[in-house]
Design a protein around this ligand. Structure first.
Ligand code: FAD
Length: 630
């Protein structure tokens, strides 16, 4: 093996890739079925599970709880909400399957020790219709502990970055990666593989640059590995055009959910106008989706962004007004008033301390007292996170009882179109708004189906030895390139023979930002800009072969960027293919600025053919199931 790398081979039955919410759900479920049927389960994470993934920082709310036992909502209610928010583009079967299982994941969290807020009657405190308030600083620690206990430490590999799927005759037979701490390459051989490596951050130029570089809404751990892994395996993908642009507290990206839903706050422009009221007539341009309640997130963004573009910014969260409104009832009783104000102030700070500590620090550093003055909010750069308000990911089979007899079913729930390759969480497309709890439930669904697949196909198929050797050589190639050329120039960061990962990332981000609708161009794009991006993308792809790494740390950065590139390219292809604007507020095709229900109420799916090295992009129908239609 070049560069003194040792090869570690691990043979298992089910390989779970990622250690986030989806994988933790998968681990608990697979351990149960595994013990029953003698299935060996192995998990691999690029980081350390208690703090890895998007929940690593903690959360202040569980965003999906249907409350079926309480009889408050139905599965259909949730499907209607999700489909409406995604402007009609969602898989009813996948959303329903998650909705009917999610409550049990929440009950498990509580059993494992997660503090859920309770009201005076012992019921959960709701932030909004679907959200529950939690004291969630240690949310991920608690969920990961349960997963680790279920699997056993000996079956868990941390700090191993998975780079490639292992394939044999079109079937996924495992994965290959490298340790980010030691010179070791890991070859995992499995009968079924479950991909749950989160979404993608860092494809677009971030608003935080210079001293704030690295600060983004989406934590930096998820760099497109799910998208890359499934695409490289040849899986059909869906909704690659659907990015998410959250509006958050400016610069530290603090959450707004508690302010809007719990504190009932308003957002206004700099003139004190509520853009949801002053811009209400704009909603009429977006067909049936402009009339539904709640108004889809992208349309709410769109109205605020119109104000900004007209020079009416910045936008503000009216925290002082919201707190005053909530405390009003206590006026006249000084003691009770003071107590209420203190409680509200505590809740406001805890909301950030639970999940975005940087925002609390920024407030403290800039003397913000939320009860005294408003705080700025702003649109972020785009991200790919299909478990939240995005939708990009693998096209997976629905469950038999809901999907059989339709184009949405091919045998095993959550299996991609590649045999033996399953997906969950941010890795699956067209089932948005599952959030932390729904992702955990989806991980359980996928793991159970994968166990069934293993029992039905109980033979270990191995990849060709040469395939494994080629992948191993490709993994360490950036180290070799660096070693070979580093002395050519006096400054190793300026060298005509290679490109360093940071330089590569800046180039990708600049291109995506300027030509594919980043924050700096107000999320606008058109055919000409997309054509230019496609041209530049080819140069970038050529140069990706020249990525160099001085050490293991940079090798990780190289591979993160190689993965990002595939997410970027598939996004570019999808937004080019969809000749309409369906999600203003997330992006606008200025040359096709209206929604076209007749031609484009459909999924945009795509596939990379590993044999021909060719992409195909095509439409797939949106089915209206359970009477949910718009
Ligand atoms: P993640 O939990 O992100 O896990 C991805 C895993 O993959 C990590 O363990 C990572 O280390 C690993 N990984 C990545 N690449 C590789 C690789 N190459 N090899 C090996 N491992 C790899 N949900 C709520 O319910 N309430 C909220 O308030 C809420 N707020 C949110 C706020 C933010 C800023 C974000 C980003 C998300 C929020 N969510 C919230 C959503 C929730 O965090 C996600 O739905 C959930 O984490 C998705 O789970 P996942 O398993 O798909 O990905």
């Amino acid at each position: 093996m070049p560069m003194n790398f040792e090869t570690v081979e691990v043979t298992t039955d089910l390989l779970i890739i990622g250690g986030g919410m989806g994988s933790c759900g998968a681990a608990v479920e697979a351990a149960y079925w595994g013990k029953k049927h003698g299935i060996k389960v192995t998990l691999v994470d690029k980081a350390s599970m208690p703090r890895s993934g998007a929940v690593g920082m903690g959360l202040s709310a569980i965003n999906l709880y249907v409350g079926l036992a309480e009889g408050k909502n139905t599965v259909e209610d949730y499907v209607r909400y999700v489909k409406g928010d995604l402007m009609g583009i969602a898989r009813d079967d996948l959303v329903a399957n998650i909705a009917r299982h999610v409550d049990s994941s929440v009950h498990l969290f509580e059993k494992w020790g997660l503090p859920l807020w309770k009201d005076e009657n012992g019921g959960y405190v709701h932030e909004g219709k679907w959200q529950l308030m939690i004291s969630g600083e240690s949310y991920k620690v608690i969920v990961a502990e349960a997963a680790k206990n279920a699997l056993g430490e000996e079956n868990i590999y941390e700090r191993v970055f998975i780079t490639e799927p292992l394939m044999k005759d079109g079937k996924c037979v495992g994965a290959v990666g490298f340790s980010v701490r030691e010179n070791k390459i890991y070859v995992f051989k499995a009968k079924a593989t479950l991909c749950a490596m989160g979404g993608t951050v860092g494809v677009f130029k971030p608003k935080s640059t210079g001293e704030g570089a690295g600060r983004s809404w989406y934590p930096p751990f998820s760099t497109g590995s799910s998208a890359y892994f499934t695409m490289k395996a040849g899986a059909e993908m869906t909704c690659q055009e659907v990015r998410f642009v959250p509006i958050r507290f400016k610069d530290a990206y603090g959450p707004v959910g508690a302010w809007f839903l719990l504190f009932k706050s308003r957002a206004t422009n700099a003139l004190g106008e509520n853009y949801m009221e002053t811009r209400a007539s704009e909603l009429e341009n977006w067909g049936v989706f402009g009339k539904i309640k709640p108004i889809p997130a992208n349309l709410r963004n769109h109205l605020g962004l119109l104000d900004i573009q007209e020079g009416k910014g910045p936008l503000f969260m009216r925290t002082e007004e919201a707190i005053a409104n909530l405390a009003k009832a206590y006026e006249g009783d000084e003691k009770a008033f003071k107590k209420k104000m203190k409680t509200l102030e505590n809740e406001a700070w805890e909301d950030f301390l639970d999940m975005t500590i940087a925002q609390a620090l920024l407030w403290a550093a800039t003397n913000v007292e939320p009860e005294v003055r408003s705080s700025e909010i702003a649109a972020t750069e785009p991200y790919f996170i299909s478990s939240h308000s995005g939708a990009s990911g693998a096209w997976v089979s629905g469950p038999e009882d809901l999907s059989a007899g339709t184009d949405y079913f091919w045998g095993y729930a959550n299996m991609t179109t590649v045999p033996a390759l399953f997906a969950a969480g941010d890795a699956t497309g067209a089932c948005a708004h599952k959030f932390s709890s729904g992702t955990h439930a989806e991980g359980r669904i996928a793991a159970k189906a994968a166990c069934k697949y293993i029992l039905d196909n109980n033979t270990l198929i191995e990849a060709d030895a040469q395939v494994v050797e080629d992948i191993k050589a490709a993994i360490v190639k950036p180290l070799e390139i660096y070693e070979q050329h580093k002395d050519f120039s006096t400054d190793p960061s300026v060298n005509p023979n290679y490109i360093l990962p940071k330089q590569f990332m800046y180039r990708l981000q600049k291109m995506m930002d300027e030509y594919v609708g980043g924050a700096n161009v107000f999320f606008n794009m058109n055919e000409a800009s997309l054509t230019r991006a496609a041209e530049l993308m080819e140069f970038l792809k050529e140069d990706s072969e020249k990525l160099a790494a001085a050490d293991l740390y940079e090798l990780l950065r190289v591979w993160e960027n190689k993965h990002r590139l595939w997410q970027a390219e598939s996004h570019l292809k999808a937004v080019t293919f969809r000749e309409e604007t369906r999600w203003p507020g997330y992006y606008i095709r200025t040359d096709k600025p209206t929604i076209d229900e007749e031609n484009w109420r459909c999924f945009v799916n795509m596939k990379w053919d590993p044999n021909a090295n060719e992409w195909s992009v095509f439409k797939k129908p949106v089915l209206d199931m359970f009477g949910v239609s718009f």
